[in-house]
Ligand binder design. Structure first.
Ligand SMILES: *Cc1c(COP(=O)(O)O)cnc(C)c1O
Length: 245
C-alpha cells in the first residue's frame, strides 16, 4: 500500500473510532482533504485512493489545480479568508465556501454564482475565541448575519465553521466544538428558514476526535493525510540550504 493510502486509512480509522465513541454513523462525517501547497499530482493520487472532497485556502493556487484536475469529479471547498474582489472566481469554481464572515462577501457570491451551477453551499465562519488575529464573525453578530445569508437566493446556507485557538488537551478542544454546536442549535430555533441547517465544519489533524464527539459533519484534514506542509519561505529546490559552499 502506498504511503498516501496508509495515511488515508489511518485518518478514516480515527474518524470511525470517534464516531463509534459518539454513537454516530461514520457516514455522517465528510472528510475534506486540505490540499493547500500540495501538487495536482498529489491530489490525483489521493483521489484514486478514494478522497473526493478537497479544501483550498489560496485562490490562485486553487484555480490552477482545479483546471488541471477538471477530468476528476472533485468537490472543491474554499476554506481561506475571502477578499471581496475574489468572490467571482470562487463563485464560479467552488462547490462549497466555509469562510463567510461578512454580508458583503455573501451578497457578492450570491450575485456572481453562475445560474447553471445552482446554489453554492456555504458556512459562516465563527471566531469563537474572540482572537483578534482570526477571521470569523463574533457569536454576538452571528444571528443577524445568518438571517441575512439565508435570504440570499444563490447560496445554500448549511451551517457553521470554526478554527479554534490551539488547545492543550482534548477537554479544551471539546469545549470549543461544543460551543459551536450550541450556536448552530440556537440558530435553528430562530426562524423556519434556519431550521434545516445541518453542517458543522470543525476538526483538523490534531483535534478531529474532539470535533466528531461534539457533532462535526465535515472535518478538514491536511497534515495527517499529506504530511507536514513546507513552511512559507522554504525553498524545496535548495537542498543545500544548511550547507552553503
Ligand atoms: C490548513 C487548514 C486545515 C488543515 O490543517 P491540518 O492541521 O494540516 O490538518 C484545516 N482548516 C483550515 C481552515 C486550514 O487553513
Amino acid at each position: 500500500m502506498t504511503n498516501m493510502a496508509c495515511n488515508i486509512n489511518r485518518v478514516r480509522q480515527r474518524l470511525a473510532d470517534a464516531a463509534r465513541a459518539a454513537d454516530r454513523s461514520p457516514a455522517a462525517i465528510t472528510l475534506v482533504a486540505v490540499s493547500k501547497t500540495r501538487s495536482a499530482a498529489c491530489i490525483r493520487e489521493a483521489f484514486a485512493a478514494g478522497l473526493h472532497d478537497y479544501g483550498e485556502n489560496y485562490l490562485q493556487e486553487a484555480l490552477e489545480k482545479i483546471a488541471e484536475l477538471a477530468d476528476l469529479d472533485i468537490r472543491w471547498h474554499f476554506i481561506g479568508p475571502i477578499q471581496s474582489n475574489k468572490t467571482r472566481a470562487i463563485a464560479e469554481h467552488f462547490h462549497w465556501v466555509h469562510t463567510i464572515d461578512r454580508l458583503k462577501v455573501a451578497e457578492r457570491l450570491s450575485a456572481q454564482r453562475p445560474a447553471h451551477l445552482g446554489p453554492i453551499d456555504v458556512c459562516i465562519q465563527v471566531n469563537i475565541d474572540a482572537e483578534d488575529s482570526k477571521s470569523g464573525v463574533s457569536p454576538a453578530a452571528l444571528p443577524a448575519l445568518a438571517e441575512a445569508v439565508v435570504a440570499l437566493p444563490n447560496l445554500r446556507f448549511r451551517g457553521l465553521m470554526t478554527i479554534p485557538a490551539p488547545a492543550a488537551n482534548s477537554e479544551t478542544q471539546r469545549t470549543s466544538f461544543f460551543y459551536l454546536a450550541q450556536l448552530l442549535a440556537n440558530l435553528r430555533t430562530l426562524s423556519p428558514a434556519l431550521a434545516s441547517l445541518d453542517t458543522l465544519s470543525m476538526g483538523m489533524s490534531d483535534d478531529l476526535e474532539a470535533a466528531v464527539l461534539e457533532g462535526a459533519t465535515l472535518v478538514r484534514v491536511g497534515t495527517a493525510l499529506f504530511g507536514a506542509r513546507p513552511k512559507p519561505g522554504d525553498n524545496p529546490h535548495n537542498t543545500n540550504a544548511e550547507n552553503p559552499s
